[in-house]
Write a protein that binds this ligand. Structure first.
Ligand code: SF4
Length: 409
């Protein structure tokens, strides 16, 4: 399934001053950004050939007990960094979190309530794979506090599902949606387009089938050949060319809009009031902690912003987390203030409506005046909207998003 992850440059990027941006001191005087929690479940039934996530084919029984103990240890070691802060949203992603038993999810949720400030109406999403869906388990997940399910459907076309190496077929996809809808009110369906051999007609069938379930949210991803995947090494034949891909995307936007789902981000479509709050927090450059193997975090403190990444290998992470000596932390890096404009724009400009100008200062603690040269250049090229109240890509900027974001490097 396609996991939504925040966008940020490689953690290993040079710390040197970039693009002439001047390093100013980071100082949050107006309060810190909203804080989300991401939990990574690293196992899948098998690895899909296009997937570059930290997901591993499950061998034998899932080590739930060991995993939950390590998760608790990971969280405990993170707690001193977030004392007193409210958790705004929770996302349990993977991998395939729906491989976890109902009891494991219940323990996980109890642990979160025990350790963290979580309101009863906090958005708590769990990613599920239709090939591992069970009606009773979905109901039990909901009873534990999961109030949103994100289903990795990808396609309703059995031929395409076969090429994508998915473990489910279209019948299981439909059954999983119906089970999820009975269990929780809020559903997201992940679909992919620009699939091998896909035509306008077959793509239309996929989207119309997805729309027929009337879910509040759809995530529609263009299939890409990510490095270090099977597809990168052995690309499937029949991939649509750029013109066909663009036509497919235009059709998706039209079809979803005709059914009341508005595109609000590059890949996200929602009914009014039903945006994925967790993902929006990433795109608005909010804070998040990540627990579990390979999970990333971004945390603001009154005088600095720190990015973290946990050890990727599930077994090593489990072994190290329970030692409680910090060895489960693979990377920890304080961001230079000169890096923040690019990092902010990399995320915020993905939002179709952009963000209020005040968001830049609130989330980076830097003055907007510090990037006036870049803003002016973007305006001059017609890549930014001339709205003085918002930082927002123009239609041209939306088409050439990489170029626009690159101006803030
Ligand atoms: S099910 Fe999702 S996370 Fe697992 S291998 Fe396939 S795409 Fe990756």
């Amino acid at each position: 399934m396609k996991e939504i992850i925040p966008v940020f440059p490689e953690l290993s990027r040079s710390k040197k001053q970039v693009g002439g941006m001047v390093n100013r001191a980071i100082s949050f005087t107006q309060g810190l950004p909203p804080l989300s929690l991401y939990i990574h479940v690293p196992w899948c039934v098998k690895k899909c050939p296009y997937c570059d996530f930290n997901s591993h084919a499950q061998k034998g029984e899932l080590p739930e007990e060991h995993y939950l103990n390590a998760l608790a240890a990971d969280l405990e070691q993170t707690l001193p960094l977030i004392w007193g802060r409210q958790i705004h949203t929770v996302f349990i992603g993977g991998g395939t979190p729906s491989l976890l038993s109902a009891q494991a999810v219940e323990r996980m949720m109890a642990m979160l309530r025990n350790y963290l400030n979580i309101w009863p109406d906090t958005e708590v999403t769990l990613e599920a794979n239709p090939g591992t869906a069970e009606a009773l388990r979905f109901k039990q997940y909901a009873e534990s506090g999961i109030n949103r399910i994100s289903l990795g459907i990808q396609s309703f076309d059995d031929r395409a599902l076969g090429i994508l190496g998915r473990i489910h077929d279209s019948r299981q996809a439909i059954e999983a949606i119906e089970m999820a809808q009975k269990a929780v009110g809020r559903i997201n369906l992940d679909l992919m387009y620009a699939l091998p051999g896909q035509t306008l007609e077959s793509c239309k069938n996929d989207i119309e089938t997805a729309l027929s379930f009337d879910t509040e949210h759809l995530s529609l991803y263009h299939l890409t050949m990510e490095p270090n995947t099977v597809f990168a090494k052995y690309p499937p034949s029949g991939l649509p060319d750029d013109d066909t891909s663009a036509a497919l995307q235009d059709m998706l936007i039209e079809l979803t809009a005709s059914r009341g789902l508005e595109q609000y981000e590059v890949s996200a479509y929602a009914r009014p009031g039903a945006r994925a709050r967790h993902n929006v927090n990433y795109w608005e450059f909010g804070d998040y902690i990540g627990i579990g193997p390979g999970a990333h975090g971004k945390l603001s403190f009154h005088d600095r912003i720190v990015r973290t990444a946990k050890v990727r290998n599930p077994e090593s992470w489990m072994e190290k987390a329970v030692l409680r000596n910090g060895s489960h932390l693979a990377e920890e890096r304080e961001l230079e203030s000169s890096e923040l404009p690019f990092e902010f724009m990399l995320n915020a400009l993905r939002l179709k409506e952009g963000v209020p100008v005040s968001c830049f200062e609130e989330r980076t603690s830097l003055s907007l005046a510090g990037i006036s040269r870049q803003l002016e250049a973007a305006l001059k090229k017609g890549l930014l909207d001339a709205d003085p109240m918002r930082i927002k890509a123009s239609p041209l900027g939306w088409r050439f998003l990489n170029d626009l974001q690159g101006l803030f490097l």
